[in-house]
Write a protein of this length. Structure first.
Length: 336
């Protein structure tokens, strides 16, 4: 049994706890949290034997094999650094961090500790994304020409104001999927060679970006447009355009379900075709399965399409680039 320790008792830790509990190969042995009553309630509901008020006590527990960091993203780097120093495998929620300086420190610690690490972009572990990759590699769409992605959710009242706004709450999803598409269709170096511009609106409530749009031209001529907002709506969209046809996600690619997830392929001049992917498990459950398999095999990273550390850093670079464009347009300097 893989023994998990959870840092944090937020709603995302609730979701991850349920996913871990659904696997026959994992068990939660410990949880930490700052609020004693909430911590005790969380531990009781999930049948967790050890509840620590101090994170370092959990990290020092020899009965914890892998640490799940469900803390606010502004705290991710510190928690990962301390877990890696203890030799623990780590799954840390998205976004990777909130600045590139934090991301670099996190990466250095993971590499120095030679520990397993995965950013919690859970949807990348679902078979739906493997199906996307197979379609891109098949050549059915022809040479990649353009990508459009959009994610909107009216969640600004619920998010941590230290989290960096919509880009790090929601924009990381279309940004990471764009990264996978370009990497898969055009090669591992193609994503890095780009020019971009962006604009956004700053929330009057917390000073973070609440709406943001990014336009990208990659060196190979592929064009992309991404948009993210946490100030209105509940909507998603992601379409890949090739010279022979296009691929569109009918269902939400970032919240794949255990039941049917639908991709529509339209080869130009032909009727559209639907591809349905059903696995019986959601994205969080698949994330747990991938971690179990990797640790059984002695890996420090999961195979693609799961996010590897270099992928997470490239996604983070795009997010900070996007943020800098938007803040500059609003006359605000970005954080380091």
């Amino acid at each position: 049994m893989l023994r998990w320790g959870l840092l944090g008792t937020s709603f995302i830790s609730e979701t991850m706890a349920a996913a871990i509990a659904s696997s026959h190969g994992s068990v939660i042995t410990a949880v930490s949290g700052r609020a004693p009553d909430r911590l005790a309630d969380f531990a009781a509901r999930h049948g967790i034997a050890k509840a620590y008020g101090d994170q370092d006590a959990l990290l020092a527990d020899p009965q914890v094999d892998v640490v799940y960091v469900g803390l606010p993203n502004s705290l991710h780097h510190d928690a990962v650094i301390r877990a890696a120093a203890r030799g623990k495998a780590v799954v840390s929620e998205k976004s990777l961090t909130t600045t590139m300086a934090e991301a670099a420190a996190l990466a250095d610690a993971v590499r120095a500790g030679n520990v397993f690490f995965m950013e919690g972009l859970m949807y990348l572990n679902h078979p739906l994304i493997a199906e996307l990759g197979a379609t891109l590699r098949s050549g059915r769409l022809g040479r990649l020409r353009a990508v459009n992605g959009f994610y909107a959710a009216d969640i600004w009242k619920l998010v941590n104001p230290q989290g960096g706004g919509t880009l790090f709450n929601l924009g990381c999803y279309p940004a990471s999927l764009l990264h996978y598409v370009v990497q898969t269709a055009c090669g591992p170096q193609a994503f890095r060679e780009r020019t971009s511009s962006g604009f956004g609106n700053v929330s009057p409530h917390d000073g973070n970006l609440c709406d943001a749009v990014l336009s990208v031209r990659f060196a190979n001529g592929v064009l992309a447009t991404l948009q993210s907002t946490d100030s209105y709506g509940m909507s998603h969209g992601f379409t890949v355009y090739g010279e022979r046809g296009q691929l569109r996600f009918v269902t939400n690619p970032w919240l794949p379900t255990p039941q049917e997830n639908v991709i529509e392929i339209l080869e130009y001049g032909h009727a559209p075709e639907e591809i349905r992917v059903s696995s019986g498990y959601d994205a969080f459950q698949h994330q747990v399965f991938v971690v179990e398999r990797c640790l059984r095999e002695g890996r420090v990273e999961a195979p693609r399409p799961s996010p590897q550390l270099a992928d997470s850093l490239e996604i983070m670079e795009l997010l900070t680039e996007w943020q800098a464009h938007c803040l500059a347009g609003a006359g605000i300097a970005a954080a380091g």
